[in-house]
Design a protein around this ligand. Structure first.
Ligand SMILES: *Cc1c(COP(=O)(O)O)cnc(C)c1O
Length: 379
């Protein structure tokens, strides 16, 4: 059996090797390493795929979030509502810009922002909300946008984990995750659902004025060549990464289907096991399973992780410490936030391998290993 990995990037690459190598060679031959044709082409193709008016590429997902907040003109002391149950980047850039992260609890089923809790956390200083489409499940955007409109707040979607996911509105219409808020942000980190072979990221917006500001901020605050109107940063997707992404974007829906097939197999195998809660799928969210994350009850998570490792099955805890309990937020009084759902889930979640290259025998080993641990827990 091929060794099991959380994400098998090597075997995915092997299948597209000749195309990828040719595309990279083309960039090398053109030597247009920055802002080359591949960047322009990929940007247009992603715009079409997402149905977004503007896609602005940048250097990584963390930069995308930072650029979004800078482009919206958020100022020191402004409050930004965000979940604590997320990768640290979401909250980190808020603090980096001297904004105040206001951590709000999550829905215990979807692991995404609890909309009622968001509304309760709004103060006169609140300027923006950053929902995270965690593990590939889209936050409940329709009621969230209604709350934001009522209080005149910006919404920045952290879509690093849910590119390609659809959200369905009450009227039956659909939009891609990341294109519903004022700005959407994503990451092309290699292990993301649409990953490149280095760092990369992008912002999406349907607002022309915002798009212009985002472009300016991402390019040294430049309005015309060597005229700099605002303090910005330097954040670019390079041509080699764009060339790789151009090969992978047409495969994204296939990749999502492969991930969902793995998730369906896990769901079926673990149904009815009392120690396991399988991931919830809200009817309005087409889950793209960046992660397949279980809740484990009445069983020791670390022991399961060790047991699985002994069988050659990796498993990860995303994330062992929620943002509000990180040392970096001690001086914000992070731990004072009362987030019982977040704290409870943090102690229970464990993610199993999920990727586009899973073999049936690998899947079987993972499932049987989890089951045998639960049937004969170590004493
Ligand atoms: C990966 C990730 C990011 C950051 O992306 P980078 O490209 O690594 O900077 C931000 N938010 C979430 C939820 C992520 O998963």
């Amino acid at each position: 059996m091929v060794p099991i990995q959380m994400v098998d990037l090597k075997r995915q690459y092997t299948k597209i090797k000749s195309q990828v190598n040719a595309a990279i060679e083309e960039v090398l031959e053109s030597s247009a390493f920055i802002n080359g044709g591949a960047v322009q082409q990929f940007t247009g193709e992603l715009q079409t795929y997402l149905g977004a008016k503007h896609v602005i590429p940048c250097a990584n997902g963390t930069d995308a979030l930072q650029i979004a907040m800078m482009a919206l003109g958020l100022e020191p002391g402004d409050e930004v509502i965000t979940p604590s149950f997320t990768f640290i980047a979401t909250a980190e850039v808020i603090a980096l810009l001297q904004l105040k992260p206001v951590f709000v609890d999550i829905d215990p089923q979807t692991y995404c922002l609890d909309i009622a809790a968001v509304e309760k956390a709004i103060t006169p200083k609140t300027k923006a909300i950053v929902p995270v489409h965690l593990y590939g499940h889209v936050a409940d955007m329709e009621p969230l946008m209604a709350v934001a409109a009522k209080h005149q707040l910006y919404v920045i979607e952290d879509n690093a984990q849910a590119i390609g996911a659809d959200y369905t509105f009450q009227d039956g219409s659909k939009k891609k995750a990341g294109t519903i808020g004022h700005i959407g942000c994503t990451s092309f980190f290699p292990s993301k659902n649409l990953g490149c072979y280095g760092d990369g990221g992008a912002l999406f917006t349907n607002d022309d004025e915002l798009a212009a500001k985002i472009r300016m901020v991402a390019n040294h605050g430049q309005s015309a060549r060597y005229y700099h109107d605002v303090v910005g940063c330097n954040s670019r997707l390079d041509s080699v990464q764009a060339a790789v992404l151009r090969i992978k974007l047409p495969l994204l829906d296939e990749y999502i289907a492969a991930r969902r097939a793995v998730a369906n197999a896990y769901d079926a195998a673990f149904a009815g096991i009392p120690q396991i809660t399988t991931p919830y799928r809200a009817a309005n969210s087409y889950h793209v399973f960046h992660q397949y994350t279980l809740q484990l009850h009445d069983a020791d998570r670390n022991e399961l992780q060790q047991y699985l490792a002994s069988k050659g099955v990796p498993a990860m805890i995303y994330y062992p410490v929620p943002a509000h309990r990180q040392k970096m937020f001690e001086h914000f009084g992070g731990a004072a936030f009362n987030l019982p759902v977040t704290d409870n889930l943090t102690s229970k979640v464990i993610s199993l391998p999920i990727h586009t290259e899973m073999d049936p025998d690998q899947l079987e080993l993972i499932i049987q290993s989890v089951k045998s641990f639960l049937n004969n827990p170590p004493t």
